[in-house]
Structure formats: structure tokens, C-alpha cells
Design a protein around this ligand. Structure first.
Ligand code: LAC
Ligand code: ZN
Length: 462
């Protein structure tokens, strides 16, 4: 479909020519995200620079019933940022200013297109950080993290994105622009519209300004332990979390994930189940926690326990962990990546890891298992060649089985990557009749269904 002429004429009168493009090569570069979901070429890409422009573009789309998909860094993994059919992309990447840092309030105010790592480089000057720690922090924007309620490596101790958002300025589908929330550290005033927006995947409005809650940068120590079996590593996670330690990070990486890291980086880490820890706090507390973790790991037969003694070694351990998905994509560029991003209550974690492994065997698939173990969050990946229809079907079935297992023990189908296109089948399974309440909220805020239609719910117009 071509862009409707009346819509284009109004867009041209609303924005300067530098703020949008219809060029095929540009449109093509916004047609996908980091998932294996099919690309969808948008009718136009728009780069607003102010909140008022965002609101005006939404109002225009609403009048012309043109779907609009808001986009941050495009690092989403479930098709969340793939444009809706016959729609435009609203890229927030030019709204990338940190407007204010308020060290005494442990807060900052910023635009949605600020990249996670850029924000933390600036905040470090004031001894602060925004904690969640997505692996894609070099690309992910704060607006995109809010859209998907992103987690990450440090969510275990500090909470996910949702736990850090105090105030949001939001453009609604009707073109209005308003503020939700408060800068106070607590409130019991009214419905929590901030939390409603966080994780709404661009279906309820577009965030144009943000006030975040920050933490002081802690002292930290990174450690690594290697185990003979995945079962022992998973049990160590459970015992460490049960011991009362609250690590800054506690990550599990299976032998297949390590093999991918090695091939991608040219490293030779032993290919055996591994945990990476970060301990945060006062130096004396950290030393005690390191020893407790060392003992627990030894009790479970860990063959190796290393405390990273230099910043370079610490960086290396985390670089390996953060690049697992990039490594898989680089090593298997033409393959389809099927994923589970489940989380389960902690008491089910060790069993869930075993289930994830067993499903690979049962379906004859090479799987990699890693993730934010302390959160009970498992990333399960399998890569299949697109030409192998049978493997694709087995992969989809195995991923679905894992998700259904997570749901059966009180867990979730998507811990931190959102529903997007890929996990729509599980919304109803997870929430039942509550999905009707979600749809009523969607209907109230976006009656014409222009905001990222086709995502989250199966029905084309939300
Ligand atoms: C990670 C992404 C896949 O944790 O969430 O690396
Ligand atoms: Zn993750």
C-alpha cells in the first residue's frame, strides 16, 4: 500500500522535510527488529524532536486511521518494534537528551531516545546509575525499555524498569499530551497510570519524557563458578538466593552458550555450566557474601571459583555474558531463532532448567540455556535453518511446551522481552479473562486502534 495522499500532505505541513522519509532504503532499515519475525516495510519513518510533534503526529494518524509503531533502538526480541501493516514508524531516536540530573533526589529527567549505556556514562559522573542492565544496553533506549518493561543483569537487586519510573509525559492516540505520576518516592494518589504505561508495548500511548529513580553506584565484585552439571549450577542459584544474599547479578550460562561465546570471541572458556555473580554493597559485606557463595558452590561440586581481581577481567566476564544473543545471530545469520524468556517462582527454578534441557533432548534440538537465574528467568534459544520445516515445527512445539510448563508452576511466558508478535498465543493462556480488562483499557485510550495494532493481542486492531 502507498501512503494515503491526504495523510502525506498533512504530515508535510506538520513537520520539516528532515523529520520524515519515504525513501525505500530508509523504510527497509526500519522494517524489522532483532527477532526472527518477518519484516514489514512501513509507509514512512518519522523522527520527531519534541513532545508536541509526537502528539501532533499521533493526532494525525488517528484522524486518518494510520497505524503507528513507536520505536526506540529496535533491539526488541519478539517482533515488538516490527511496523504494523500499512503503518508508519515513529522513531524516538532524535529525542535523546538527558534534560536534568538531580543527584540529591536520586532522579533524572530525560527524553525517551536516550541510550541506556549513554545515560549511565553521564550518571556515573554523579556516582549514580539506572540499574536494570539490559544486555543490549549499547543500543536499547530508555523509551523502549519502558515499552517492554525491560529487565537485565541487575534487576535482581534493584528491580526491573517498572520499579524505576516515577513520572511519564505521554502522548495519547487523540493527540493530547499529559503527565502521569509524581516525583515523590511514594504516593497513594489515584490509579497508577505510570505502571499501566510501563510494559504497554506502544499500544496505549507514546512516552515523550521520563523521570527515573536512580541508585548510588555500589562497590562491586564479580565472580565466576564452573559446575559439572546444569543441575548443580541451578541448585547453587537456589541455595544462594535462599541464603539471604541479594546479589547485584546472578547469571547462569550453559555449555552451549559458552561454546557460542568462545566461537564468536575467539576465547577458550571451559564449556561447562557456569554462574557469574556480582556482589554489591559495602566491602566487608561483599567479602562475606563472596565466601558464602564460594562455600555453596563448593558444596555442589563446583570445580572452579574465581573472583575477578581486575576491572579488565570483570569487563571480560560480563562482555561474554552480554553477547550471547549477538554471538548466536552472528554464527547462524540465516537461521530462525526460537526463544523462551520464561520466569518461574524461585523454588521451581532448578526444575525449570532441567525441563528446558530435557525439551531439547526430547525434540532433538540443540538448545542454549542462560539468563537471569536469581530472578528465576531462563532464556532458552534454539536455532533452526529456515529450510528445515520439521525442525521449525519441533522448535516451536518445544518453546511452547517450556512456556506452558512455566505457566503451570505459576510463572510467566515472557519475563522481560514483552509479547510483541511472537508471544501473542500465550497472553490468554497466562491471563485468562483479565485479557478482556486489558482490551477495555486499550479501547478507552485508543478507540481507533492506531497504536501498534497487531501486537500483543491477536485481533488486528487491538
Ligand atoms: C539477555 C537478553 C536475551 O539477557 O535478554 O542477554
Ligand atoms: Zn535477558
Amino acid at each position: 500500500m502507498n501512503i494515503p495522499p491526504a495523510f502525506l500532505a498533512e504530515l508535510q505541513s506538520l513537520l520539516p522535510p528532515s523529520a520524515f522519509s519515504l525513501q525505500p532504503a530508509v523504510l527497509e532499515s526500519y522494517a524489522r527488529d532483532e527477532s526472527s519475525q518477518p519484516a514489514q516495510t512501513p509507509l514512512a519513518v518519522v523522527w520527531p524532536e519534541t513532545a508536541e510533534q509526537v502528539a501532533a503526529v499521533l493526532g494525525l494518524c488517528n484522524r486518518h486511521r494510520v497505524p503507528v509503531t513507536a520505536r526506540g533502538g529496535g533491539s526488541s526480541l519478539e517482533g515488538n518494534a516490527v511496523p504494523s501493516p500499512d503503518g508508519i514508524v515513529l522513531s524516538l531516536e532524535r529525542m535523546n537528551k538527558i534534560l536534568e540530573v538531580l543527584p540529591q533526589d536520586f532522579q533524572c529527567r530525560l527524553q525517551p531516545g536516550v541510550i541506556y549505556d549513554d545515560l549511565n556514562r553521564r550518571l556515573a559522573r554523579d556516582g549514580l546509575f539506572f540499574a536494570p542492565g539490559p544486555s543490549s544496553g549499547d543500543v536499547a533506549t530508555i523509551g523502549g525499555m519502558i515499552g517492554n518493561n525491560a529487565g537485565g543483569l541487575n534487576a535482581l537487586r534493584y528491580g526491573v524498569t517498572r520499579d524505576h519510573v516515577l513520572r511519564l509525559q505521554v502522548a495519547l492516540a487523540d493527540g493530547s499530551l499529559l503527565w502521569f505520576g509524581t516525583r515523590a518516592m511514594k504516593t497513594s494518589s489515584g490509579f497508577d497510570l505510570v505502571r499501566l504505561m510501563v510494559g504497554s508495548e506502544g499500544l496505549l500511548g507514546v512516552v515523550t519524557e521520563i523521570v527515573l529513580r536512580l541508585h548510588g553506584l555500589p562497590e562491586r565484585k564479580t565472580a565466576m563458578a564452573r559446575f559439572e552439571t546444569l543441575e548443580a549450577a541451578a541448585q547453587a542459584v537456589f541455595e544462594i538466593m535462599s541464603s539471604g544474599i541479594v546479589p547485584g547479578a546472578l547469571e547462569l550460562i550453559d555449555e552451549n552458550s559458552i561454546a557460542h561465546i568462545n566461537r564468536y570471541k575467539g576465547w577458550d572458556w571451559p564449556e561447562t555450566p557456569t554462574l557469574i555473580f556480582e556482589f554489591h554493597g559495602a566491602p566487608s559485606g561483599i567479602a562475606e557474601e563472596v565466601e558464602m557463595a564460594r562455600e555453596i558452590c563448593a558444596g555442589l561440586g563446583a570445580s572452579y571459583f574465581e573472583v575477578a581481581e581486575t576491572p579488565a577481567r570483570r569487563e571480560q566476564l560480563w562482555a561474554g555474558r552480554k553477547e550471547i544473543t549477538n554471538a548466536e545471530k552472528a554464527l547462524y545469520p540465516d537461521h530462525i531463532m526460537l526463544k523462551g524468556d520464561i520466569a518461574v517462582p524461585l523454588s521451581h527454578y532448578a526444575a525449570a532448567v532441567q525441563k528446558a534441557q530435557a525439551l531439547g533432548e526430547q525434540y532433538g534440538l540443540a538448545v542454549s540455556i542462560f539468563g537471569h537465574a536469581g530472578d528465576g528467568n531462563i532464556h532458552w534459544h534454539t536455532l533452526v535453518p529456515p529450510s528445515d520445516a520439521a525442525a521449525l515445527e519441533r522448535g516451536e512445539q518445544a518453546a511452547a511446551d517450556l512456556i506452558r510448563y512455566a505457566l503451570s508452576v505459576g510463572g510467566t511466558a515472557t519475563a522481560e522481552h514483552g509479547i510483541g508478535l511472537a508471544k501473542r498465543a500465550f497472553l490468554l493462556e497466562e491471563h485468562g479473562a483479565a485479557v478482556e480488562v486489558m482490551k477495555r483499557i486499550k479501547q478507552a485510550l485508543d478507540p481507533n486502534g492506531i497504536l501498534n495494532p497487531g501486537k500483543m493481542f491477536f485481533d488486528e486492531r487491538g
